[in-house]
Design a protein around this ligand. Sequence first.
Ligand code: GLN
Length: 476
Amino acid sequence: MEICNLSIKELHQGLIQKEFSTREVVESFLERIYRLNPELNAYLEVFEKEAIEQAKEVDEVILTSKELSNLAGIPCAIKDNILVEGKRCTAGSKILENYIAAYDATVVKKLKKQKAIILGKTNLDEFAMGSSGEHSAFGATKNPLNLEYVPGGSSSGSACATAAKMCAFALGSDTGGSVRQPASFCGIVGLKPTYGAVSRFGLIAMASSLDQIGPLAKNVEDAEIVFEAIKGKDEKDSTSCEFDKSEEKEPKKIKIGIPKECFGEGIQKEVVEGLKNVVKILEQEKIYIEEIDIPSLKYGVACYYIVMPSEVSSNLARYDGIKYGMSTLTKPDTQDLIEVYFETREKFLGKEVKRRIMLGTYCLSSGYYDAYYLRAQKVRTKIGLDFKEAFKKVDLILTPTSPTLPFKLGERLEDPLSMYMADFLTVPANLAGLPAISLPFKKINNLPFGIQLIAPAFCEKRLFNFGKFFEQICST
Ligand code: GLN
């Protein structure tokens, strides 16, 4: 038995039954990190000493008490835009290269309370902007299943670390697909919760009305365990809320809708084939499937690339060389405050981040606000209404997670529009605030292929139940 292959539940049981110690668990993951990370570049920092210390503590708990929380002693990784007290938090950017987090994000606090073991911080596209992991100031992460390919993004390191078994699970953030798309590219499970289900306190903001933290895991059950641990209302995030929906339907009775766009323009031929295979398998199980129309779906990317950069331009105004991180202030001849702002941002922010700040500033500027931002907000409302309409007919919406299979490193780096199109099928759930999960299906051309299920708000349970059912029929 290889410890790193085990699921969260199996690790938990193994610990309780004393088949292995927490220390052995942690050491086996650390060994993999030291062996694989130099090539993969998934971790930016590893907390070896603390992890071993914490493992000893958990081992003592196991000796002295019978109660052990689900995540006690389970090694995990945290995307480097989520704060862990006393640790560097770079958001993949040079501008935060020297920034030390002053407090724990709420999700981190919750994991620590359960005695999960944080192995380290993972790489990401700068400020979570990107779909390939290549926009990190600290080098690209590679896809562990094929080193010539991108792992997806922006939670590139979290997906890579989970898929390469350098952690049992990881946290990522999803503003337009950044948990689901890398999960799909790396052949694992990724959940974007309902907007408000998980506290954003301590997540470095990208676009606050879209951002959600979610788990990347080996299987659906693991994702569910982590979601249960991190969800819930937090007084430090006023958009967070409590909820407890019990499941109302058996997986077999679920009605599924597939938007017709999933078979149309912009979706790679292999992906359409893959989706048809999924349909075939579900129909063999007598699952009801129909093609549905979500008329505004095709405006998702256009709408997202106005709303998101607008919020980005506002959120990133704080990186001015004065309040946080790196600065040109210490240059001997610096006299002028405005000069410090300009020089700091010019020097320490990356190309893609600057592009979005400029786009967003333009969209919000007087004279253009109505034509871009306001209009995009109306489209956003329409997307939400169209989903509502669709959920009157079906219980879940099925799409591929990404319109293409994983692409090669470097392939889209010089073509931002083609990079943005990678988000076509994931951004609608963010714009509408809905929960969505990416599940691995059979490989195509030896590359991972994932499907996405979208549910009505706060129906995560439905995603988990159906997801487990899907895993089961795929494995038989
Ligand atoms: N790929 C999308 C983007 O570049 C999504 C990012 C995210 O979800 N953080 O904006």
